[in-house]
Design a protein around this ligand. Structure first.
Ligand code: OGA
Ligand code: NI
Length: 351
């Protein structure tokens, strides 16, 4: 049970220095902001009016981005991203008392609600981030969603529907990208387990000392993310943090752990983190798509052969989530057959 909770947004209003328990371990990995050839690939979906040649291009671009970066951005995807950003921002701008009516009942994204800490461990480094978490599929409990702003429930339900549709299409491209039938990965997931997490990163008096989110890979299947205009998301590539430039209207997509497993490592679930800045608050809306907690996923047998030995074992999603919640990002080792053969990209940067 969550007993007390001080939103970072409230802390940030009065503090001139960061409290000790928010100070993140030092990180020596260099950061690249803009360098030609060093940015997350952008894929034009042409509002899905794709000629056979364009379809082939999209499959090729998405597959190569997903194996080399684990991340890509899509433009001309046909989804209205401004309304969800508007209602979510309006929620975070409400008075503290109004927001706290929705305080999450449990730590660790288990139930709908407003929160900041995801663990009550005494020694855990706190993140410079508040959030609102929504379970959106298979069930939505609209009674626990914000009543203000008035359009919140309708707009966020609409975003969930739009994201489910886009996810299905992206999974189709990803299936074709490794030579499998279009509906292959969608069928592997079965009933969609989808959530929407709105992250709110207040401005910080000492931004270099904290993290919005610590280095991690996403433990679900596929993540769709709306960034606002403020940069902050960074992806690990060749032991360098590369900034994911916000592109107005674009959706950032990243392969998450279950898809890496199902694809037997053809697609990578890559480590990323979030930095915050001094004056401007940043908001992002992240939606994860996975299978139900009692479902088990396994590497596609079609993707296992002499040249591609099986790297992962079948995993029950609920067990996997528990492992990652308990151990943090290194919990990912659980899904490898040989725990010692963890690929280099999943090792966290050395502090
Ligand atoms: C996440 C995440 C990135 C961002 O919620 O898992 O990585 O830009 N978010 O907020
Ligand atoms: Ni993430």
């Amino acid at each position: 049970m969550v007993t007390e909770f001080v939103p970072v947004q409230e802390l940030s209003k009065s503090l001139k220095a960061v409290p000790k328990n928010y100070i993140a371990p030092e990180d020596k990995v260099p950061v690249v902001t803009r360098e030609p050839g060093k940015s997350v690939p952008v894929v034009d979906l042409c509002d899905f009016n794709l000629s056979p040649e364009q379809h082939e291009r999209v499959v090729r671009e998405i597959a190569s981005a997903s194996s080399e970066w684990g991340f890509f951005q899509v433009i001309n995807h046909g989804i209205d991203v401004t309304k969800p950003q508007k209602v979510s921002r309006e929620f975070f701008e409400l008075p503290k008392e109004e927001k706290l009516k929705y305080a999450a009942k449990e730590y660790g994204f288990k139930s709908d609600g407003y929160g900041s800490k995801i663990s009550n461990a005494a020694d855990a480094v706190q993140l410079w981030r508040d959030y609102f978490f929504l379970c959106t599929s298979p069930k939505r409990n609209l009674d626990s969603w914000p009543a203000q702003p008035l359009q919140y429930k309708e707009v966020m339900s609409g975003l969930s529907d739009d994201f489910l549709m886009l996810t299905r299409k992206i999974l189709g491209f990803l299936s074709e990208g490794v030579g499998l039938p279009t509906d292959y990965f969608e069928k592997c997931f079965g009933v969609p387990n989808q959530s929407i997490l709105t992250n709110y990163y207040p401005g910080c008096p000492e931004p270099d000392k904290v993290l919005g989110i610590e280095p991690h890979s996403d433990f679900g299947g596929l993540t769709l993310l709306l960034q606002d205009g403020v940069p902050g998301l960074q992806v690990l590539q060749n032991n360098t943090w590369v900034v994911v430039e916000p592109i107005p209207g674009a959706i950032t997509i990243n392969i998450s752990d279950l898809l890496e497993l199902m694809s037997n490592g053809r697609y990578q679930s890559v480590i990323h983190r979030v930095k915050v800045n001094a004056s401007r608050p940043r908001m992002s809306i992240a939606s994860n798509y996975s299978c139900l907690f009692d479902s088990t996923v396994a590497p596609a047998p079609e993707l296992i052969d002499e040249d591609h030995p099986q790297l992962y074992k079948p995993v029950k999603f609920g067990d996997y989530v528990q492992e990652v919640v308990k151990k943090g990002p290194t919990g990912k080792a659980y899904m490898f057959i040989n725990h010692d053969s963890k690929p280099e990209y999943m090792l966290l940067p050395k502090h």
